[in-house]
Design a protein around this ligand. Structure first.
Ligand code: TUI
Length: 316
């Protein structure tokens, strides 16, 4: 099974849904560049989602999707709007989408839950989902525990539908690695943050470009809300509070509106500057098209090197 054929797109690449970032314009830019653009409905209400979907349809004639963040109390109403507006694909995050799959399928919408564990993938198999996006803990934002390297082959083994790899993917070599693990495609987020079309504040883009391998941290593990963010003044205070046993309510005071602070105001010190570990590898700005073209070109070139290396692997 090929992701391009399955979704009617050029490259086997999905643009990961990033709340407050993946607008209609940005999703259309990803779809126009040959990937599958995704509108992140995040904390929107259903009418805001409808507006974004209609806007995206004016900006691209290619397929695109909508992500439903399942902690959103409006998730059910958003599903209704997505069905009315005839979207091609739905991805879901931060919860169990089981109860929505049948309705989406009855409107010919493909459903790809983002999962961070084999257990949830197995539970969701009974709903006949179209595939899974297995997201490793390298990702930015809300994360699980397993790495992409460990998670993807275990999900591939546990389910009999296509698996897309996410988390830590920004280059052709990483794309090839995901395919070698049994994925049929990849989802990328962090490497698109620095694109010309990405509507985040310049300070946020500069932070991604400046970021080293060890500059992200997971906050909220102690309260069951693990989120990977760029290390800054806010995360240092947050982790200190966590060490002292602070409650979720206390901790949330620090992160309230934090993502918007980062995205719109460029407050890199006090905002929630979500990004994945691969930010350390993302070092220059480019258009979405250049980023996707480069990744695929690198993957194609790398393939030849891989074959040669494998031939040389055993020396008697
Ligand atoms: O959803 C994401 N990443 C996100 S959502 C988000 S919005 C947010 N902002 C601030 C704080 C918290 C969230 C930012 N980043 N990725 C997909 C994903 N889903 N990763 C892990 C999961 C997941 C976790 C637990 C899915 C299901 C789950 O449990 C469901 C169950 O019933 O077991």
């Amino acid at each position: 099974m090929l992701l391009n054929k399955m979704l009617n797109i050029k490259y086997p690449i999905i643009g990961g849904a990033m709340a407050n970032i993946c607008t209609a314009e940005f999703a259309a830019a990803v779809s126009n560049a040959g990937g599958l653009g995704i509108i992140a409905s995040g904390a929107m209400d259903e009418e805001a989602v409808r507006k974004e979907i209609r806007k995206a349809k004016l900006l691209t004639d290619k397929p695109f999707g909508v992500n439903i963040m399942l902690m959103n109390p409006k998730a059910s109403q958003i599903v209704d709007v997505i069905c009315e507006e005839h979207v091609d694909v739905v991805t879901t995050g931060a919860g169990n989408p089981g109860s929505y799959v049948e309705k989406l399928h009855s409107h010919n919408i493909k459903v790809f839950p983002v999962i961070a564990s084999v257990a949830l993938a197995k539970r969701l198999m009974r709903y006949n989902v179209d595939g899974f996006i297995a997201e490793g803990t390298e990702s930015g934002g809300h994360v699980g525990e397993a790495t992409t390297m460990a998670l993807v082959p275990q999900v591939v083994k546990a389910v009999d539908v296509p698996v897309i790899a996410a988390g830590g993917i920004a280059s052709g070599a990483q794309m090839n690695a995901a395919l070698a693990l049994g994925a049929i495609g990849v989802q990328v987020g962090t490497c698109l943050l620095v694109s010309d079309e990405c509507p985040i504040h310049q300070n946020y883009k500069d932070a991604v470009i400046k970021c080293r391998d060890s500059d992200t941290v997971v906050t909220g593990r102690s309260v069951g809300a693990p989120v990977r963010i760029y290390k800054n003044k806010m995360t240092r205070a947050y982790l200190e509070l966590e060490k002292n046993g602070a409650s979720l309510e206390e901790l949330e005071k620090l992160t309230l509106g934090g993502l918007k602070k980062a995205v719109f105001e460029g407050d890199i010190e006090n905002g929630s500057v979500m990004m994945g570990q691969v930010a350390g590898l993302v070092s220059k700005k480019a258009s979405v098209k250049e980023i996707l073209d480069t990744m695929v070109k690198e993957a194609q070139d790398e393939k030849l090197v891989l074959i040669k290396k494998i031939d040389e692997l055993v020396v008697e």
